[in-house]
Ligand binder design. Structure first.
Ligand code: 13P
Length: 250
C-alpha cells in the first residue's frame, strides 16, 4: 500500500514573515506522529530557513521549488541541491511546468537536476505534464512518456522519487482533469516506470496529481487507484483548504 503524499507548492507567494505564519498554522494542524500520509510545504527559497525552524517539531516535510544541477560556482541567482540539503530540506520539486515554460528547463536540464538532487540525499518530486495543445492533438501519452524517460535517464534507483502529473491546462485555471483522465495518465506513467525499473519499483512509486486540486475534488481524485496524493498550488495558500485536502489524503 502506497502512502499518499500531499505537498503545497507556494510558488512565488508570501514574504518570509507570511510564510512563517502560514507554516506555523499548518504545523499546528498537522502535528507529529501522522501515519497515514506524508505532508510537505514548499515556500520560497528565502523562507526555507525560517520555515524549517517552525515546522521542525512536526512531521511536515520541508520542500524546495527547484535547484541547480551544480553544487556551486558562477551561477548568479541560483541555489544548489547541496545548499538545500544543508538547509534541512527533505524534498525538491523539479521540472515544474512553470520552470519548463518560463525558465528554459528542458528535460535534459531537469534530468541533470534530478541526478544531482538525489546524489545530495534530497528526495525529488519530478513534475511532468502536457499542454492543452498537446492534449487536443492526441499526443498526451507520448509527451508524458518522453518527460519521464528523459527526466530519469541514468537514474538507477527511484526509491527517493515521487512523480507529479500536472496537466499544464489544469494549473491555476480552475479546470481539473477528471479523476478518470488523471488516473489514465498515472497508469501509463506507472507502466513506463515498470518497463524501466521493473514491476515492484513501479508498484511502490508514488504519483501525485496537480492542477486545480481543491477541497471539493480532492476526495474523488485521491480515491483513484493510481493517484497517490497531490501537488497543490493555489489551495495550499489557505490553511483551511490545504488541511481539507490533506485530510482527504490521510
Ligand atoms: P494549482 O493548484 O494552483 O492549479 O497549481 C498546481 C501546481 O502547479 C502545483 O505545483
Amino acid at each position: 500500500m502506497r502512502k499518499k503524499i500531499v505537498v503545497g507548492n507556494w510558488k512565488m507567494n508570501n514574504t518570509v514573515a507570511e510564510s512563517v505564519e502560514l507554516a506555523t498554522e499548518i504545523a499546528e494542524k498537522v502535528g507529529s506522529g501522522i501515519i497515514g500520509c506524508e505532508v510537505g510545504i514548499a515556500p520560497t527559497f528565502l523562507a526555507l530557513n525560517e520555515v524549517g525552524k517552525v515546522i521542525e517539531w512536526s512531521d511536515i516535510l520541508l520542500t524546495a521549488q527547484d535547484c541547480h544541477y551544480e553544487n556551486d560556482g558562477a551561477f548568479t541567482g541560483e541555489v544548489s541541491a547541496s545548499m538545500l540539503a544543508a538547509a534541512g530540506c527533505d524534498f525538491v520539486i523539479l521540472g515544474h511546468s512553470e520552470r519548463r515554460q518560463y525558465f528554459g528547463d528542458t528535460s535534459a536540464i531537469v534530468n541533470r537536476k534530478v541526478k544531482k538532487a538525489l546524489e545530495e540525499g534530497l528526495r525529488v518530486i519530478l513534475c511532468v505534464g502536457e499542454t492543452l495543445q498537446e492534449r487536443e492533438s492526441g499526443v498526451t501519452e507520448s509527451v508524458i512518456t518522453g518527460q519521464v524517460v528523459e527526466g530519469l535517464d541514468g537514474v538507477s534507483d527511484i526509491s527517493n522519487l515521487v512523480i507529479a502529473y500536472e496537466p499544464v491546462w489544469a494549473i491555476g485555471t480552475g479546470k481539473t482533469a477528471t479523476s478518470a483522465q488523471a488516473d489514465e495518465v498515472h497508469a501509463s506513467i506507472r507502466a513506463t516506470v515498470a518497463g524501466i525499473y521493473g514491476a515492484k519499483a513501479a508498484e511502490h512509486l508514488r504519483i501525485q496529481y496537480g492542477g486545480s486540486v481543491k477541497p471539493s475534488n480532492a476526495v474523488e481524485l485521491f480515491s483513484m487507484p493510481n493517484i497517490d496524493g497531490g501537488l497543490i498550488g493555489g489551495a495550499s495558500l489557505n490553511v483551511d483548504d490545504f488541511m481539507a485536502i490533506v485530510n482527504a489524503a490521510c
